[in-house]
Ligand binder design. Structure first.
Ligand SMILES: [Zn+2]
Ligand SMILES: [Zn+2]
Length: 374
C-alpha cells in the first residue's frame, strides 16, 4: 500500500486552517470525487473520496487533530475502530447530504454504499446507532459499567418476524423478490443510474397479503437493556463501539453497531486537559509570606497535603504528580496542578491594622519595591 498522505495536504489546506476553511476544501473535493458524480475512474475516485473524508474527520475533530499534529497518523489510528479509518468512523454523513442535497441526491441509495454496506451486493449490515452518554469526571477517572435501555428494532414475536398474520408470504412482483430496483435519472446533461430499495415492498422482496397487526413488516421496537463498559480515562468526544448492538439487518445481513459517544460533564472543582487536572486554592498573605502546608481536595474526595514555600507569589502553581486522570494511551496518570490564589482580607481588626502598619513602616516597602511612600 502506498504511504499515507498528510491530511492537510490531502485537503490542500494550511496547518492552521480553521473549521470553515477545512469545510470549504472538503466540499470542493467531495464534489469532484464522489463516486456517483465523478468523471474520474470510479475505483480511483472511491479511494480519493475515502481519503479526503478521513482527513476531514480528523481535522474537524479537535481531539483527533491534536493527536495528529503531535504524533502523525500513528496518533489517530487508535482513535478509529479497528486501528484505521473506515466508513463507520465517519461522523459527517450530514455534511455529505448537505453537499449533494442541492444536486438532487436526497440521501437514499447514494449513501447506502458507504454507510450500509455494499450498494447492490447483499446482504446489508443493519444500521449503526449512536448513543450519547453523559458521565461525571469521577466516573471517567474510575471507569464504569452503565446499563442503558435503548429502543431497538427486534423481530416481532407474534408473526415470528414474517410480517404476515398467517405466516404466508408471496414474492413482490415489482422487484421479483430482490428488494431492489434500478432508477435512471437525468440531471442536466448527465444520466445517473442508482439502485435503491423497491418502493412497493420497502426492500424486503416480499408481498404480504395479510399484514401482522402487531408490527411493521416483521419488525417492532422494543426497549433492550445494554451494558456499556466505559474504560477509565475516557474523555469527551471519544467513541466506543459495541459490535452488533445496532439495528438488525432487514435482509439477513449482520446487525449494525452501536456507537457510544462519551461526554464528560464539567466539574465544580477541577478542570481537565487531557490527563491533567487543574484547580485553584486560596491562601492567605501570612501563608504565602511565611510558608505553610495546606490541604487540597483531589478527585475522588481524598485530601492531599501541599507544601507552600515561604515567599510564594499569587498565581504560583504547585504540581502534584500522578493525581490527575488515568491515561488511555500508555500508563499511569496525569498530574494535578494547583494554582495558588492570594486572598487579601476585606476586614481587619484595629490590632491587625497596627501590625500591618508596623510591617509597612519597617522599611518593607523600600525593600520590596525600592520606594518609601505609596
Ligand atoms: Zn408481526
Ligand atoms: Zn419489491
Amino acid at each position: 500500500m502506498a504511504e499515507k498522505r498528510d491530511y492537510y495536504e490531502v485537503l490542500g489546506v494550511e496547518r492552521q486552517a480553521g473549521e470553515e476553511e477545512v469545510k470549504k476544501a472538503y466540499r470542493q473535493l467531495a464534489r469532484q470525487y464522489h463516486p456517483d458524480v465523478t468523471k474520474e475512474d470510479p475505483k480511483v475516485a472511491e479511494e480519493r473520496f475515502k481519503e479526503i473524508s478521513e482527513a476531514y474527520e480528523v481535522l474537524m475533530d479537535k481531539q483527533k487533530r491534536d493527536l495528529y499534529d503531535k504524533y502523525g497518523h500513528a496518533g489517530v489510528n487508535s482513535q478509529f475502530q479497528g486501528g484505521g479509518f473506515n466508513w463507520n468512523d465517519f461522523t459527517h454523513q450530514g455534511d455529505i447530504r448537505d453537499i449533494f442535497g442541492d444536486m438532487g441526491f436526497g440521501g437514499g441509495s447514494i449513501f447506502d454504499m458507504f454507510f450500509g454496506g455494499g450498494r447492490s451486493r447483499g446482504p446489508h449490515q443493519g444500521q449503526s446507532l449512536r448513543y450519547d452518554l453523559d458521565i461525571t469526571l469521577e466516573e471517567a477517572a474510575e471507569g464504569i459499567t452503565k446499563e442503558v435501555n435503548l429502543p431497538l428494532t427486534v423481530k416481532c414475536e407474534a408473526c415470528k418476524g414474517t410480517g404476515s398474520k398467517s405466516g404466508k408470504e408471496g414474492i413482490c412482483q415489482q422487484c421479483k423478490g430482490t428488494g431492489q430496483v434500478q432508477r435512471v435519472e437525468r440531471r442536466g446533461y448527465s444520466q445517473f443510474i442508482s439502485v435503491g430499495a423497491c418502493p412497493k415492498c420497502g426492500g424486503t422482496g416480499k408481498d404480504i397479503k395479510d399484514p401482522c397487526p402487531e408490527c411493521d413488516g416483521g419488525w417492532t421496537r422494543k426497549r433492550q437493556k445494554i451494558s456499556l463498559e466505559i474504560p477509565k480515562g475516557v474523555d469527551t468526544g471519544m467513541r466506543l463501539r459495541v459490535a452488533g448492538a445496532g439495528e438488525p439487518s432487514t435482509d439477513g445481513g449482520p446487525p449494525g453497531d452501536l456507537y457510544v459517544v462519551v461526554n464528560v460533564r464539567d466539574h465544580k472543582v477541577f478542570k481537565r486537559d487531557g490527563a491533567d487536572l487543574y484547580t485553584t486554592q486560596e491562601i492567605s498573605f501570612p501563608e504565602a509570606a511565611l510558608g505553610a502546608t495546606i490541604d487540597v481536595p483531589t478527585l475522588g474526595g481524598k485530601k492531599a497535603e501541599v507544601p507552600i514555600p515561604a515567599g510564594t507569589q499569587p498565581g504560583d502553581v504547585q504540581r502534584l504528580k500522578g493525581l490527575g486522570m488515568p491515561r488511555m494511551e500508555g500508563h499511569g496518570k496525569g498530574d494535578l496542578y494547583i494554582r495558588l490564589k492570594l486572598v487579601v482580607p476585606k476586614k481587619l481588626t484595629a490590632e491587625q491594622k497596627d501590625l500591618l502598619r508596623k510591617f509597612d513602616g519597617d522599611g518593607a516597602k523600600k525593600r520590596l519595591f525600592g520606594r518609601n511612600k505609596g
